[in-house]
Ligand binder design. Structure first.
Ligand code: ZN
Length: 211
């Protein structure tokens, strides 16, 4: 059997098991999805949103990219955000990073990752630059790396609040709440590191007054 064929076989077994547990599972989910959460996570294969939160299909709307970034020119991310917030009306948006993130680690080096990856990692270097006084004051490299992971999550949450998508939902419906979490690869635990309640004050420079 080819390695990918195992996935298809496992899928068959999974679908059968689901149906046995709950005969209306698929027919119910095929009609409508009403997730309360949007998850913006890292593409890392070790941080799957549903597994680590013990949630089921239909519960979390998911977007993942390298190092869980919220880049204001990323049409993919913004489309997911707009759909989840404006149409699905999620109550919470979670940016979940993880310790040991390869993207964050790469951004801490001076290595040339060539063109496209350099462009993406540049966004993380900008987070480092913004917090360089704090980060350069940490003598231990591992602790510095951990702290950059946390600060990166914090900055991405703040980027969410700078979008008109979030500001409009805050103004009209007092949702969604924004959460910054970091997952630990070594213990499987999620640590909340930053929160922004709906309607939180933001830097006036980024505030739209004619929503
Ligand atoms: Zn990662």
């Amino acid at each position: 059997m080819k390695i990918y064929e195992k996935l298809l076989l496992e899928n068959k077994a999974w679908a059968q098991e689901r149906k046995q547990d709950d005969p209306t599972f698929f027919s119910r989910l095929s009609e409508i999805q009403t997730p309360e959460f949007l998850w913006i996570g890292c593409s890392d294969s070790r941080v799957p949103a549903n597994e680590i939160t013990n949630t089921q299909p239909g519960e979390i709307f998911v977007h993942r990219n390298i190092a869980n970034m919220v880049v204001h020119t990323d049409v993919n991310l913004l489309s997911v955000l707009d759909y989840a917030v404006t149409h699905l009306k999620v109550k919470h948006v979670i940016v979940c990073g993880h310790y040991g993130c390869g993207g964050v680690k790469a951004a801490m080096t001076n290595h040339n990752y060539n063109k496209i990856l350099n462009m993406w990692l540049r966004n993380i270097k900008d987070v480092f630059s913004l917090h360089k006084t704090e980060l350069n004051g940490i003598p231990n490299e591992e602790s510095k790396f951990d702290r950059l992971v946390e600060l990166n999550v914090q900055e991405q949450v703040m980027h969410l609040a700078k979008t008109s998508i979030i500001q409009q939902a805050w103004k009209n419906e007092q949702r969604p709440h924004l959460h910054g979490w970091v997952y630990g690869l070594k213990d499987g635990l999620i640590k909340p590191v930053f929160e922004m309640e709906a309607g939180s004050e933001i830097d006036p420079l980024y505030k739209y007054d004619d929503l």
